[in-house]
Design a protein around this ligand. Structure first.
Ligand SMILES: [Zn+2]
Length: 288
């Protein structure tokens, strides 16, 4: 077999991160890794999966080294996200514009700080917006631009917050249920999570998802119901969901360019893919 992953000791077979089923079927292959669909709940996840040490190293440095193939996933700041996030947060947190009370907001996996930048213009005055980002080059970039971003993990955070946001974090986390438990540890009573992720598991064959899967940087792809179930089991109720398509004309043209340089994209006609970006606002259930 040509793929480096499956025969190597650097990977391990895992049950479904959501329903724990050990039955899965092939769905896609990329960069020598297999993404499977759980036969129990339909979740998509990398299996066999890089071992924990390898995932951890990739998260810190932004480079995955699997069988000497380095996959650079640091990327760069996307200025266009700032106005988009402003619009989405304003519409999903309508109380902010009505002069609501200040909030303490922690952005986990702050990346290049696009969300934190957008929050400055949206949250009520007196609010505190901070971030943590384990990838050293990203966190340093944020600090250079004056954003309050620390290089650490959630487990290192001692303060409490009203909202924890996780933007494009879901797919990087091997055990999202455990991650939500950690998030609860830094939330005030009735605290909230704000999630942005794709709906990969809601689509049919791989060919309906235009973008590269970026395996094994991305380990899990959920859908609406998977996110709802993860949240429900962790004690969160969904407040609102906003779904956005990603296959507009510009996106399609960009993917045509990617295809030309050999990136693993799936080209389709614009505005035909069932793929969506999901923004989910959920609140901790009160213990009554
Ligand atoms: Zn499952």
């Amino acid at each position: 077999m040509s793929h480096a992953a499956s025969s190597s000791a650097s990977v391990e077979r895992v049950p479904c991160p959501l329903c724990k089923s050990t039955k899965d079927e092939p769905w896609a292959e990329e960069n020598g890794f297999h993404c499977v669909r759980c036969q129990g709940c339909g979740l998509l996840f990398v299996n066999p999966r890089p071992r924990a040490e390898s995932i951890d190293q990739g998260v810190k440095l932004g480079v995955h080294t699997v069988e000497s193939t380095a996959l650079d996933v640091v990327g760069s700041r996307s200025a266009w996200k700032v106005p988009l996030f402003k619009e989405v947060v304003s519409s999903m947190f309508p109380e902010f514009s009505r002069g609501g009370r200040p909030v303490r907001w922690l952005d986990v996996g702050a990346g290049f700080g696009e969300l934190l930048e957008s929050l400055q213009a949206v949250v009520p005055s007196g609010s505190v917006c901070e971030g943590i980002e384990p990838m050293i080059p990203k966190a340093e970039d944020c600090r250079r631009r004056g954003l309050a971003v620390r290089t650490c993990y959630l487990a290192d955070v001692r303060e409490r917050y009203d909202v924890v946001s996780i933007i494009d974090v879901f797919s990087h986390v091997p055990d999202f249920g455990a991650f939500l438990s950690e998030i609860k540890g830094v939330l005030n009573p009735q605290g909230e999570v704000f999630i942005k992720t794709g709906n990969g598991a809601d689509i049919g064959p791989r060919s309906q998802l235009p973008d590269p899967l970026t395996l094994p940087d991305h380990l899990v792809f959920g859908g609406r119901d998977h996110l709802k179930r993860f949240l429900d089991e962790a004690g969160f109720d969904i407040v609102s969901v906003s779904a956005h398509r990603m296959d507009g004309l510009r996106h399609t043209i960009r993917n045509m360019v990617k295809k030309l340089v050999g990136k693993p994209v799936c080209l389709g006609l614009p505005y035909t893919s069932p793929a969506r970006v999901l923004y989910i606002r959920a609140r901790l259930r009160s213990l009554s």
